[in-house]
Ligand binder design. Structure first.
Ligand code: ATP
Length: 249
């Protein structure tokens, strides 16, 4: 589904990524771990076209998407959530969700008709939104504004909005961050649902319990280099990974 070949990024002398090769197989959930500053967000930025100053190549479904613009990469089926939620505060949860529909070309067509109040289109969109709110367990919050909702609901909302753009690959930046244990369990169930629908997931995450419940494969980055890859257990027990997290002592 996705592979990177020899990706390197320099930020004024700092090697943020150094010859990074990863593979994400279709239908899998892959986790990217590593200490702060290891290069995880930079790799997400390369894959989604947010950074163009890099060497190496990115392939998505065997197509070379290196240096392609973010909106084009999005249209090809790679969607992304962010560490800092991109949520609009003065509209409702449901209206925030509508934004997920805006981005696809076909959905733009729906949208035009939505504002012309074409009843059938409006109904169809309403149904899609209601189904999605239901699927992500946030129906009861739909008419509230984001500042009235718990943080967990906003994280589910962001995931729901990405899901609405019908991605084949979803990049999640720290889906468990800021969630309590109950919310984390729910997030795990939601991500499993997406996997069952055939969506491939690459996630940056620090929470090891969360990763162990979901990941088919784990990569560990440290100082811009992949230092380990394998199952969760293999990577967790890798001496280089332990050293990266704990230092030499
Ligand atoms: P965290 O877990 O803290 O989010 P990360 O693994 O995502 O960290 P990156 O944010 O990718 O790490 O940063 C990798 C390195 O590149 C760090 O040394 C960081 O300071 C540097 N860096 C990242 N973005 C830039 C930038 N725009 N300009 C200069 N240096 C940058």
């Amino acid at each position: 589904m996705l592979r990177t070949e020899h990706i390197s990024v320099n930020f004024g002398g700092i090697k943020a990524l150094d010859d990074v090769n990863i593979r994400v197989e279709s239908g899998n959930i892959v986790a990217l771990i590593g200490p702060n500053g290891a290069g995880k967000t930079t790799l997400f930025n390369v894959i989604t076209g947010f950074i163009s100053g890099y060497s190496g190549k990115v392939f998505f479904q065997d197509e070379d998407i290196s240096h392609v613009a973010p909106n084009v990469i999005f249209q090809k089926g790679i969607s992304r959530t962010f560490q800092n939620l991109k949520i609009i505060n003065d509209v409702t949860i449901k209206e925030n969700l509508i934004l997920g529909l805006l981005k696809k070309k076909i959905k733009k067509y729906y949208f035009k008709n939505f504002f012309r109040m074409d009843k059938n289109f409006r109904k169809e969109i309403e149904q899609t939104l209601e189904n999605t709110l239901e699927l992500f367990g946030i129906s009861e919050w739909k008419d509230k504004t984001p500042d009235e909702a718990p943080y967990g609901v906003l994280k589910y909302l962001e995931l729901a909005r990405s899901y609405l753009s019908s991605p084949s690959l979803l990049l999640l930046d720290e889906p468990a961050a800021g969630l309590n244990n109950f919310e984390k369990e729910k997030m795990i169930e939601l991500i499993k649902k997406l996997k069952n629908e055939g969506i491939t997931v690459l996630m940056v995450e620090h929470d090891m319990n969360f990763i162990s419940s979901l990941a088919d494969k784990v990569y560990c980055l440290n100082f811009g280099k992949i230092i380990a890859e394998g199952s969760y257990i293999e990577v967790r027990n890798n001496p280089d990974v332990m050293k990266a997290y704990l230092g030499d002592e």
